[in-house]
Design a protein around this ligand. Structure first.
Ligand code: AMP
Ligand code: ZN
Length: 112
């Protein structure tokens, strides 16, 4: 998508602090971290949110979770939270599917 911030980050057109990259997905540190470790994992292909996942495009979601498992292991992180906000009421501000990975502090439940 031409006017999408995270499409531009995935394409390297906007700089980010990269954590991981392969042909399907891109991971980078959040610019406004909410925990000592806070990075985002996104599909390179534009999907607007969790609400736009379909049987045709869902394979990348399984891949992203395998990447989250690998990257956290490599970073020595065993305890972490994965969050995806879908829609304005849930707090979604960037309309390109992304999974927050947060670690390094106690997490409240239920989340605020
Ligand atoms: P959400 O509010 O769930 O849509 O999450 C969007 C996240 O993207 C927020 O945590 C922002 O801090 C983060 N963010 C926005 N712009 C950038 C950027 N240029 N680089 C890294 N993270 C960003
Ligand atoms: Zn996008």
């Amino acid at each position: 998508m031409s006017d999408c911030l995270f499409c531009k980050i995935a394409a390297g057109e906007i700089p980010s602090k990269k954590v991981y990259e392969d042909e399907q997905c891109f991971a980078f540190y959040d610019i406004d971290p909410q925990a000592p470790t806070h990075f985002l994992v996104i599909p390179k292909a534009h999907i607007g949110s969790c609400g736009e996942i379909t049987p045709e495009n869902s394979a990348v979601v399984a891949h992203i979770f395998a990447v989250i498992s690998q990257v956290t292991r490599e970073l020595g992180i065993t305890d972490f939270r994965v969050v995806s906000n879908c829609g304005e009421q849930a707090g979604q501000s960037v309309h390109h599917l992304h999974f927050h990975v947060l670690a390094g502090r106690d997490m409240t439940w239920p989340p605020g």
